[in-house]
Design a protein around this ligand. Sequence first.
Ligand SMILES: Nc1ncnc2c1ncn2[C@@H]1O[C@H](COP(=O)(O)OP(=O)(O)O)[C@@H](O)[C@H]1O
Ligand SMILES: [Mg+2]
Length: 650
Amino acid sequence: MRTTHAPEDRGPDTSETGLDLPELAPPRWNRHGADVAGASWFRIARRMPVLVGQAAALAWRSGPRDVVATALFNLGSGVSTAWALLATTSVLTELFAEVPTPDRVAAALPSLALLALALVLRGGCGALAGRAQARLVPKVVLAAERRLLRDATSVELRAFDDSDFHDHLFRSHTRGCDEAGALVRQTTDLLTSLVGIVAAAGVLTALHPALVPLLLLAMVPQWWGAAAAARMRYRMILAFTEGRRRKYMLQQLMTARESAAEVRSFTMERRLLAEFDRIARRELDIHLGLATRQSAVRLVGDTASGLVTAGVFAVLAVLLAQGVVPIAVAGAAVVAVRVAQGALSNALYAVAGVYESGLYFSDFTAFQDEARTRLPRPGLAPAPAGFERIELRDVTFGYPSGEGCALRDVNLTLHRGRTVALVGENGSGKSTLAKLLSGLYSPQRGSVCWDGTDLAGVDGVSLRERISVIAQDHTHWPLTARGNTVMSSTDCPERFARAAAAAQADSVVAAFRNGWETLLDKRFAHGVEPSGGQWQRLAAARSFYRGDDGDAVPLLIADEPTAAMDARAEHGFFTSVHRHAHRTGATVVLITHRLASVRMADHIVVLDRGRVVAEGSHTELMAGNSPYRELWELQAAAYRTPPVPQPRTP
Ligand SMILES: Nc1ncnc2c1ncn2[C@@H]1O[C@H](COP(=O)(O)OP(=O)(O)O)[C@@H](O)[C@H]1O
Ligand SMILES: [Mg+2]
């Protein structure tokens, strides 16, 4: 591996990192790419009602009281702004009156007091509206996060084999939830500014109607600038989602405890860093280019806006010179223009903000839509409590991301209380068959039936509650040893003790300082890390324990449950499995490469490239010239062969 050079030394050599830059182009699921590319500020304005509506609905669901408070105090703030402007005009009129100065000041005092009161009121309303908004935003974010987690956990497992789904989930997860809060915050800001504008524009209209359109005109270039900059940024982020996901994965690999040992033993440090550098550099280049282009756009917008504002004041000067407006009105108009400009400027940032947040928020809603299409069918009947026979008829299954079928035309019958072993080479489809039997996937063709009830028509959750699984790659839950065994089942001390003893997990746990209450995660204080074999015993206890009150589940599936166990533990486990099947009447599906243990099974199914190639009892399969016999003899020979004499060293 050529990783001795700094990554800068090499060109974009994709062969080594497997990172092809075209992969970082906008991915297939980029559904709003065209929308974003073609967005003008007219389109932005047109989207506003929908976005504001979405924000209002979100806010209302999360905190209706705070929504009401926000609306009321903003209204109060607008009214006091208009009041303050009118009081300003009165003050100026009194001050410019053609009477001696002390009289003018005295005459202006009541209006000044009113002005002060209006300003205090405006400040108070603003603060209270701000408080309501600050209470609302975290509630909205929390509601969005909860919704995302609910969707992510309720979609069918199949979704997780699909990279499109991952992209949606990633974008929704990284920004979507926060942007739901930002959308509400920006929308409130927008409404606050709009109230200010309406107040100022109303007063301005009363002073001289010609000033209002001029004022609006002054803001058009700034609007364009802010919206264009936001659009550029979004386009970049959209285009780089895939790259960022990879960067995140690399970060995880380099910092996670699980991979820390292998990163070192396979000396992957440099290679991972080189890949990280390549992606990060590309991202940085895009960011830097974007910063320059955004600044240029803003500069053009601000300059144009400044020029038009100067024009507005020039028009005001002309009106004054021609005697169309008196000096007091002109003075008040300047104040009103400044107030309206401030509010309009805030409104424009808020509009750009609403638009930008709206785009990210649409990722969130897109994920919701995506998740909705992947939910299990609602209203299905609960699964039968048990079965006499499980029948697979012409079952064909392929993974969404896989090529071809992992299982093809599988016909199989499993009987209640019997132990069935699945054997076959790596990749022959054993785990896939186990996942279909456990109700995690449904076949694309054919059916899996419990006594004539097709599982495609039953509720998946209720089905999986009746099945216990030790997955090949079972999760090491960051819970206590007890939590790792009980999982979501109800507490039953008697069943717990039996399961722990049957899986020989009690002897594992006896060595822990806090027994069953020991946390099995080394990342936390007093946490311990069981060995691979110890984890498997705990996983076995978990599967024996699964059930409802006194009853164990009718189907237990164990996918290479003993691969990491020592010989004694393994023998103990298989004996326990048979005893468990006997005692509870459960059907056991066992996947293992230890044919000595397979021999104990009532029925053996041999898989090859997704097809059942032989089945029967050990004796039956050994009688013919089956692939099972071939495998068996291979393993048996390994034990029988006398040791090869070692050459002596002189
Ligand atoms: N999640 C998955 N997505 C795509 N292909 C998969 C997935 N899991 C397994 N496969 C493929 O399905 C085939 C059968 O795999 P599996 O059932 O795990 O085999 P076994 O357990 O017999 O070793 C293999 O070709 C494997 O590459
Ligand atoms: Mg497997």
